[in-house]
Write a protein that binds this ligand. Structure first.
Ligand code: B12
Ligand code: SF4
Ligand code: SF4
Length: 301
């Protein structure tokens, strides 16, 4: 049994931090995590006294650029535009601070600044009852589809666990596997990182088949998410959440910048100044390469 009042207070703070979904689970090892050498495998490798994990979901379904289908426009993803690519820290901070103020320990995940990537967030979210892992490997929530960016806190306090696991609702569907242009989802539920464009568009070497498949993408790919039936309503009519509105207003100022002919003029200093807040971790020379290739692809359309 965990502390019910503390769990309720955390939920209240989460709501005022514009967090959309929250779940509590135990801090035992994730024995099915494939990266056995990673500290994400066991919360106690980060916090030896860990007792609970809090998992948070922030809806980003409404964050898009209307021009994405234009081949002369640089396409990215909702995660990229949200600025949560490496860093979901900000909305989680008041909760960590509250726990620390109460005399507990609290470590945030995912943060490029604080604590780092210390949890396998998808499987932790499944354990906390936020949804199930789809065949594209992402967490699907009945309410939010895959458009929840995830964050977590490892703490040494005993919290009331939400635990009820969602059943897998992919059933016979294999749409994401069929639509991936680079066969990165050959085996259901397992993403082949070596093939996935979201990874390769941030890497030095880009295989020829990816150059054609990337079309106007300059970072990230959402093809498997865009075909998932659990996202259909969010693509057609996204939920009107405060965080989505806040982030969409923030990124609207980039709308002109994302035209390929504008992007290719950005110097390294401009790139850091303009895209620094999006925190994508893509180095300037790779960003430039992606723009050059996207421009070549646009000429062929
Ligand atoms: C590294 C990383 C990447 C890497 C590599 C991913 C990988 N699979 O290795 C790259 C750059 C490719 C990547 C891409 C993307 N990522 Co990413 N990524 C991460 C990160 C930092 C770690 C993920 C990880 O642990 N990978 C290691 C492998 C082993 O884990 P895995 O893919 O979860 O593999 C599991 C399955 O194979 C599963 N499994 C194996 N067999 C079976 C069988 C069954 C039946 C089941 C159910 C499962 C299962 O168990 C494995 C766990 O051991 C997390 C943040 C975090 N701290 O968790 C974000 C995270 C997972 N990414 C996220 C997102 C959104 C993306 C992108 C959609 C971004 C984009 N728009 O381009 C793409 C996703 C493409 C896709 N189809 O998954 C979100 C997911 C949100 C959600 N709703 O699920 C996260 C949680 C970031 C965040 N803060 O929100 N990502
Ligand atoms: S993000 Fe793109 S490349 Fe990666 S698995 Fe999904 S569809 Fe395939
Ligand atoms: S597209 Fe179909 S198989 Fe893939 S995750 Fe969504 S529901 Fe599951």
């Amino acid at each position: 049994m965990g502390d019910k009042m503390l769990s309720e207070e955390i939920k209240n703070i989460a709501e005022s931090s514009l967090i959309d979904a929250i779940g509590f689970t135990d801090a035992s090892e994730f024995s099915n995590y494939m990266l056995k050498q990673s500290k994400r495998r066991d919360p106690k490798l980060t916090l030896p006294q860990a007792k609970s994990i809090i998992i948070f979901g922030i809806y980003i379904g409404g964050i898009t650029m209307p021009e994405w289908d234009d081949p002369w426009y640089g396409r990215t993803s909702r995660l990229y535009l949200s600025g949560f690519f490496l860093d979901v820290v900000k909305p989680l901070k008041p909760i960590a601070e509250y726990l620390i103020g109460m005399g507990y320990k609290a470590q945030i995940c995912d943060g490029s600044i604080d604590g780092g990537s210390i949890l396998p967030l998808k499987i932790a979210a499944v354990r906390a009852g936020l949804g199930w892992q789809g065949k594209h490997s992402l967490l699907i929530s009945k309410k939010y589809g895959t458009f929840l960016t995830l964050g977590g806190i490892i703490t040494d306090t005993e919290l009331e666990h939400t635990g009820e696991r969602e059943p897998n609702r992919c059933h016979k569907c294999t749409e994401c596997q069929k639509v991936c242009p680079v066969d990165a989802l050959h085996d259901p539920y397992i993403l082949n990182r070596e093939k996935c464009m979201s990874n390769l568009l941030a890497e030095e070497s880009l295989p020829q088949e990816v150059v054609a498949a990337m079309e106007n993408r300059i970072g990230d790919c959402e093809i498997c998410q865009n075909t998932c039936p659990w996202n259909r309503r969010h693509l057609e009519n996204p939920l009107n959440t405060k965080m989505t509105n806040f982030l969409q207003n923030k990124i609207n100022k980039f709308r002109e910048t994302f035209y390929l002919q504008n992007l290719c003029k950005l110097s390294e200093i401009d790139y850091k100044a303009v895209f620094g807040s999006l925190n994508t971790g893509i180095p300037y020379h790779i960003f430039k390469r992606n723009i050059d290739l996207a421009l070549e692809n646009a000429k062929r359309v």
